[in-house]
Design a binder for this molecule. Structure first.
Ligand SMILES: [Ca+2]
Ligand SMILES: [Ca+2]
Length: 560
């Protein structure tokens, strides 16, 4: 968790960003705004050079050590900019400016943590390897099924993968490590196949090729897919590109060395570990332990383990934070909760809101849950109907920002909106309502929580009464297709007036002004349009309109 009480994380990128202006430049320009609205930590995308140069989003790693500094893959900057611009952006988030060649702390500037995206599973863009390397064909849908024996497209083969990474454009610093076939577990594209001494052509995209051996004399002699990886598809070690073999000591050491180098080089305060279900959880632990020891200061860690159920997430947390000689603290993104938001946004009246509080990390391991509504992998335009529909976003964000559990993360596209030329549809900006929710989180989402849920509406009170709390807060969310709903809440506040702070709804538009934040009286609430009173038992029916979230604040000092 962030050092801040009620910390808020921000994912500062989405999938369809253009490469100009560079993201690092935009981030630097936005640093003061992010600071002023209450952001505590910013998750930045993978900063290293990738196979498709300025077209890569950061996950097809070519050279971990090129942060937009060397002429490789046809470009010096990455999609997100030059290394110098990355430094400038991080300095701005940390509250420093460069003056006459010296970094100066800006008086009073709050420090915003920087979490960097760490891609350890795969590499892309290598040259055809000088060596043929022995392999076996594997069924992509069931990785335990290997095509041994004799017959067409069966048996031992030698392949030339795109597994040679030697970095002439960078040279031998900060690392002289040269990647070759022996450093990988598997590939899905090959330059050549040789079988029984003759060239052979497999159909494209039909197989994964698993390498069988390390070089002569290496221990272990044989390669294998890892344990403590996801067992979807039999064994989910391979994701894409050239899959790195963490069964090797030299590989483990090289990427730990890189991790410590990167964290020191850019002053990272945390990491977001990409695709952890595709390499052994033991390496997440080993890598975090090494980097933390090397940099000698706290390093937040959150892992991307995509799962619809919490079971695999608990297993991963156990392996990393309770396994081995040096267990490492780590959090996980709450994908089960995010998929519920997605499903609720499509099912609306058919969705049972009581499910939001079941089978989620927020419910089952709240201190390890990074909660979120949308991300770069699921946003509109990525896959058919994978996105969370706009109408539910204020409701979902209220659920993660105003509840007691979890460390919430706001998505760039949800905050700034997305121009329709980028994603094909457009997305409205949620800045107005998100700024308000962050404020309410910081000042009122404190103290004991009491939560109530019915099928289409739910509500909760935060009772305050702790340092920093400005009073009690009641929130109602309503996913019904029509009609105002009431949730009876025991506020613990007897005969108290709660005023209508805001009702937030989507107008149906994908243009910039697609969300409506009603801050004055909400006429559909009748005699409760401006305020309501709790009874002598502390209870009241709190209201929200259909497809809305409504926030009620205890009368008193009010929102600052
Ligand atoms: Ca892997
Ligand atoms: Ca392996």
């Amino acid at each position: 968790m962030s050092h801040a009480v009620n910390g808020v994380m921000f994912q500062f990128f989405h999938w369809f960003l253009p490469s100009t202006p560079s993201l690092w430049t935009s981030l630097r320009a936005e640093a003061d705004t992010l600071r002023s609205v209450g952001i505590d930590a910013v998750w930045i995308p993978p900063p290293q050079k990738c196979a498709s140069g300025t077209f890569s989003n950061g996950y097809d790693v070519y050279d971990h050590f090129d942060l937009g500094e060397y002429d490789q893959r046809g470009t010096i900057p990455t999609k997100y900019g030059r290394k110098s611009e990355l430094h400038d952006a991080i300095n701005a988030l940390h509250g420093y400016v460069l003056q006459a060649g010296q970094l100066q702390k800006v008086a009073g500037a709050r420090y915003i943590d920087v979490y960097v995206d760490i891609v350890l599973n795969q590499k892309f863009g290598g040259e055809p390897d000088p060596d043929l390397w022995q392999a076996i064909r594997v069924n992509p849908d069931n990785r335990t099924e290997e095509y041994w024996g004799t017959g067409y497209e069966r048996g031992l083969i030698d392949i030339r993968g795109y597994t040679w990474f030697r970095y002439p454009g960078r040279g031998l610093r900060p690392s002289s490590f040269e990647w070759r076939a022996r450093h990988f577990d598997s590939v899905d594209r090959v330059d050549a196949i040789v079988q029984n001494g003759a060239p052979f052509n497999d159909p494209d995209d039909k197989y994964i090729y698993r390498y069988l051996h390390n070089e002569l004399g290496y221990v272990p002699a044989d390669k294998s897919f890892g344990t403590w990886v996801s067992l979807e598809k039999g064994n989910f070690e391979f994701l894409s590109g050239a899959d790195i073999d963490f069964g090797r000591f030299d590989v483990r050491e090289e990427l730990k060395y890189w991790g410590a180098w990167l964290a020191k080089e850019i002053g990272a305060d945390g990491v977001r570990l990409d695709a952890v279900k595709h390499y052994t959880a033991n390496y997440s632990r080993e890598w975090l332990g090494h980097v933390r020891a090397q940099i000698g200061r706290p390093l937040f860690g959150v892992a991307e383990y995509i799962a619809g159920d919490t079971g695999p997430l608990h297993s991963y947390l156990t392996a990393v934070s309770a396994g081995g000689d040096y267990p490492q603290d780590v959090a996980v993104f709450d994908f089960p909760l995010r998929f519920k938001f997605r499903n609720a946004s499509w099912a609306q009246d058919q969705f049972d809101l009581r499910d939001l509080n079941r089978d989620t990390m927020m419910a089952e391991q709240p201190a390890k849950a990074v909660t979120f509504v949308e991300n770069h992998d699921y946003q509109y335009g990525r896959a058919l109907d994978s996105h969370v529909r706009e109408w539910i976003k204020p409701i979902a964000y209220a659920f993660i920002l105003l509840r007691a559990a979890g460390y919430p993360c706001i998505f760039h596209g949800d905050y700034y909106g997305i121009d329709k030329t980028l994603d094909g549809r457009g997305q409205p900006s949620g800045k107005e309502y998100l700024d308000l929710l962050i404020k309410v989180r910081k000042q009122f989402a404190l103290g004991e929580e009491r939560y109530y849920s019915e099928r289409s509406a739910a509500g909760w009170v935060r009772m305050g009464g702790v340092p920093g709390a400005r009073g009690a807060l009641a929130v109602v969310i309503n996913i019904a297709g029509s009609g105002v709903r009431a949730i009876n809440i025991d506020t613990g506040r007897v005969n108290k007036r709660f005023y209508h702070l805001a009702t937030i709804k989507h107008t149906g538009s994908y243009a910039a002004d697609g969300f409506l934040v009603v801050r004055s009286a909400y006429l559909q609430y009748g005699d409760k349009a401006e305020a309501l009173w709790t009874g002598p038992d502390g209870r009241a029916d709190f209201l929200a309109d259909s497809a809305c979230v409504t926030i009620w604040l205890e009368d008193g000092v009010g929102l600052n």
